[in-house]
Design a protein around this ligand. Structure first.
Ligand SMILES: C[S@@+](CC[C@H](N)C(=O)[O-])C[C@H]1O[C@@H](n2cnc3c(N)ncnc32)[C@H](O)[C@@H]1O
Length: 277
């Protein structure tokens, strides 16, 4: 058991976390940060937070421990068809509009930015597939990115519990999932045909070194910005603006907004924005 996190140690870790992942821990969240740090300190067999801080600074394994800390700190909660109205908007307004805009190049690029364990990206993929399944002339790619490598592994595997698939419409479930067998029995596996539309990648919003060759048509960045302060939010949205196609769409989470962050987007509805001209 390690002692209480001192104020000075809290400040040191707070800055470290902010610098590496952009997440701001308010003073009121000290106990949460302490709990997360304690789990790393204990698993390394260290004696104090100070020792752990030095361990991170001298990490001889090229940032391996920092990644473990990041994986522990991030909140990777997600769900299939979270905020269902946004997916209705995707099917009925956003995709039909993008399909017209991109009808000459027939290239569609979607980014689930902060995809956590993959449910958002697979939900998008199902809706996209429903719309384009008859038309094989389209080149469609969905990038699913996150900073948390454990979450990405989970998403890539595509194995979900019975409880987590309950939000998926039954006809989609039958079409895009199969029942697990053996050790996976009681779970549902994403079928390869859907999986191959997705590319899982580790990307850190703080690095801003995004590997895009062509502009992105639709970005989902939902329930991610709530953890950032205004300065990080502004930089992130500025990058999204730059990466988005003209008239491209940006989906945010239900408790997020662009008010006071960026005025170069128009609200379409359901926390969904469109880049202005
Ligand atoms: C609550 S989940 C949101 C999942 C999904 N977008 C949804 O709404 O269901 C937030 C995700 O943001 C990711 N995240 C936090 N900071 C990040 C950063 N600096 N770069 C990339 N992803 C980050 C976390 O790892 C976590 O998986």
């Amino acid at each position: 058991m390690v002692d209480c996190l001192s104020e000075r140690e809290f400040e040191l870790f707070r800055h470290l976390v902010k610098k590496h992942i952009g997440v701001s821990f308010a003073r009121t969240k000290k106990a949460i940060l302490q709990r997360k740090l304690a789990s790393r300190v204990n698993s390394l067999g260290l004696e104090s937070y100070g020792e752990y801080y030095l361990y991170l600074l001298r990490d001889k394994e090229g940032g391996w421990e920092l990644r473990q800390l990041i994986n522990t700190i991030t909140v990777d909660q997600s769900a299939f068809f979270r905020h269902p109205k946004q997916f209705e908007l995707l099917a009925n307004v956003v995709l039909p509009q993008v399909a017209i805009q991109k009808n000459t190049t027939k290239k569609l690029r979607i980014w689930s930015a902060g995809c956590a364990t993959g449910q958002e990206a697979y939900s998008v993929a199902m809706v996209v597939n429903e719309m384009f399944k008859e038309d094989h002339t389209w080149d469609i790619r969905i990038l699913a990115s996150d900073i948390d490598t454990n979450a990405l592994k989970f998403g890539y595997k595509g194995l979900y519990s019975k409880k987590s698939i309950q939000q998926i419409p039954i006809e989609y479930l039958n079409r895009y999932f199969r029942k697990g067998t053996g050790k996976d029995s009681g779970f549902f596996l994403v079928r390869e045909a859907l999986k191959k539309r997705l590319l899982f990648r580790r990307l850190n919003f703080v690095d801003f070194d995004f590997p895009f060759r062509s502009p992105v048509d639709i970005i989902f960045c939902r329930n991610v910005m709530i953890y950032f302060d205004i300065e990080v939010k502004k930089r992130l949205i500025d990058n999204f603006f730059r990466l988005l196609e003209r008239d491209g769409f940006l989906y945010l989470g239900a408790s997020e907004s662009l008010i006071g962050v960026d005025d170069r987007f128009a609200l379409v509805g359901h926390f969904t924005y469109q880049k202005k001209g």
